[in-house]
Design a protein around this ligand. Sequence first.
Ligand code: SAH
Ligand code: SF4
Ligand code: F3S
Length: 438
Amino acid sequence: MFDKLLYIETFGCQMNVNDSERIVSMLADLGYAPTNDAASSDMILLNTCSVRGGAEEKVYRRLANLRIYKRDGKKQIIAVGGCVAQQEGEALLRKLPYLDLVIGTHNLHLLPDMVRSAERGERRSETAFIDNELRLDLFPPISGESRLSRFVTVMQGCDNFCSYCVVPYVRGREISRRSADILAEVRQLAEEGVKEVILLGQNVNSYGLKSSSELSFAELIRLVADVNGIERIRFTTSHPKDMSDELIACFGDVTKLTGQIHLPAQAGSNAVLMNMGRGYTRETYLDKVHKLRALRPDIVFTGDIIVGFPGETDADFEQTLLLMEEVRYIDLFSFVYSPRPGTKAAELSDDLPKTVKMARLDRLMELQRRHTMEICRPYVGSTMAVLVEGEGRLPGQLSGKSDIGRIVNFPGDSSLIGTFVAVKITKAYPNSFLGDRL
Ligand code: SAH
Ligand code: SF4
Ligand code: F3S
């Protein structure tokens, strides 16, 4: 059935990872099998991210590299998808003569037809937004991949327009999938042997808020938890302003909900939070953290922080470090602010020298490294339920995920893949644990 090879490279967030899975599954129907070798492939697709300037530049560098594969007159298809494709559209085809296809974030359903066009030698760009209910039925399903843990999209897009962020411009308006469709998908996955679902969206906890007839995210989680066979539920990403008491309460009694939550604060100073347009204060953020801890004392937090936002003073930055001290994240993704064309913050004057921004980032990362180890070391000696996902990096080792989302490696036989195993933790590393099967 497969007579062609598809090479796909994915940048950016989990929405892109999920879209890439969809693309692989769609193009399998056209005879494309996935490969890890770009040079010998029949089609190269870059699924791109434009959230920061650096991410976008990486895509352009990669595209420039790819050009060499086409030099010897090979009929290889080169395609760009994702957020840079959405942002640049047709202009990319004009800029890069060796590019065949540009596919926007709302147009995945058109990909098979576009690939056929490209096979006939046509160049095409499709980036029209579909910001209405129609989008819900243009959701190419993922098939043919049996795995233990799977993403389930619950909503797409973002209406928050945080002042620094390009996502609302490249992913379009927020739309929640029908809960009936989501639950049907979860049940189907459970039947296929999936044990963990990760409910996915840019802002999952605003699920259903735009429609009076839809469930709330908390209600949705409770129904997902009722599905037999699903043993763990995670979600990403949640916005602190939409972290309702109803959702917080789920952490008290929905035992399938894992003990880790990603709750990006972005900054610790109210002045900066206000300029970012985040819709919460340091106090309301911390209040939610404390409520979650009260219900689940062993919950762990991960987050995102932007340093060097326009106008961020030394005192503002100290507030961010203090917030970190109070939350104590197990992991933190930190970024230097990057102005994005078309966003509100890009118009703000930003006279903070790069060196100051980098020094702030260094301090923050150093504090985080300390927190990570302080939080992880006490797990040594404890027992964790590990969902074994595959072989570890070292021979004879297996690798899986614990309830708090961290990787656990331990010696074991591959027959354990796909099961839950009790593992006693023997060592904590910055990014994983090592243990022994009990
Ligand atoms: N919807 C998610 C975030 C998606 S973008 C949320 O609201 O949490 C992922 C992260 O990239 C953001 O949380 C933010 O920390 C960072 N980010 C987004 N735009 C940025 C910019 N212009 N400069 C630096 N970091 C940025
Ligand atoms: Fe960007 Fe804010 Fe939307 Fe997150 S919530 S995707 S940071 S605009
Ligand atoms: Fe990047 Fe687009 Fe995700 S800009 S972070 S890939 S939504």
